[in-house]
Design a protein around this ligand. Structure first.
Ligand code: GAR
Length: 207
């Protein structure tokens, strides 16, 4: 059984989609052992509690500098010893030490078709604002492994979503979640739990 830790910062709708997929059997052979948030007020923590899942907040605000915050994060994850770490709207830079320790065992959901609208400064609503400002007709979501760059790791799954003329960033964000994120994130976890995801030469092959 894959031991999964989910890391969150906000609403936690992707966390909810993962929990539902485990409960309904869409994700097999995986359990969420813990949810970690960097933000005490994250509604995602409530969602974890409502489902009886252990949760912790490790906030940079409680540490005097970034390196002690990073150390607290690394210690907690070492203790939990997850097989897979899922960044489900975790909007904090992941410490280098964690990335090397959990190589190809950290995945992230990003709300665009990487390599468009990703990298530094593109997160949450900002991604959809960028999409609308550029006037692209198709956007979507991507699940990828986390490497030391920002949104540069091997791509596992992508799903396109059409942009409409009258979209606002909020409306588009919701449609990308509903039509893409909540589907491909659970699907990627199921593929990993069933041993079907191989990384070869920086690219993912689904077996
Ligand atoms: C999601 O849209 C996710 O793709 C995005 O944050 C949102 C979290 O929503 N992540 C990023 O932008 C990462 N670069 P949620 O808390 O409701 O799952």
């Amino acid at each position: 059984m894959l031991n999964v830790v989910v890391m969150v910062s906000g609403g936690g709708t992707n966390l909810e989609a993962i929990i539902k997929a485990i409960d309904s059997g869409k994700i097999k052979n995986a359990r969420i052992s813990c949810v970690i948030s960097n933000n005490k007020g994250a509604f995602a923590l409530e969602r974890a509690k409502n489902h009886g899942i252990d949760s912790f907040c490790i906030s940079p605000k409680d540490y005097s500098n970034r390196s002690s915050f990073n150390q607290a994060l690394v210690s907690k994850l070492d203790e939990l010893a997850p097989d897979l770490i899922v960044l489900a709207g975790f909007l904090v830079v992941i410490p280098e030490e964690l990335i090397s320790h959990f190589e190809n065992r950290i995945i992230n959901i990003h709300p665009s078709l990487i390599p468009s609208f990703c990298g530094k400064g593109f997160y949450g609503l900002k991604v959809h604002e960028g999409v609308l400002a550029r006037g692209v007709k198709v956007t979507g979501a991507t699940v990828h492994f986390v490497d030391s760059g920002t949104d540069t790791g091997p791509i596992i799954l992508q799903k396109p979503v059409l942009v409409k003329d009258d979209d606002t960033p909020e409306v588009l964000q919701r449609r990308v979640m509903e039509e893409a994120e909540w589907q491909i994130l659970p699907e990627a976890i199921d593929l990993i739990a069933s041993g079907r995801v191989k990384v070869e030469g920086g690219r993912v092959r689904i077996l």
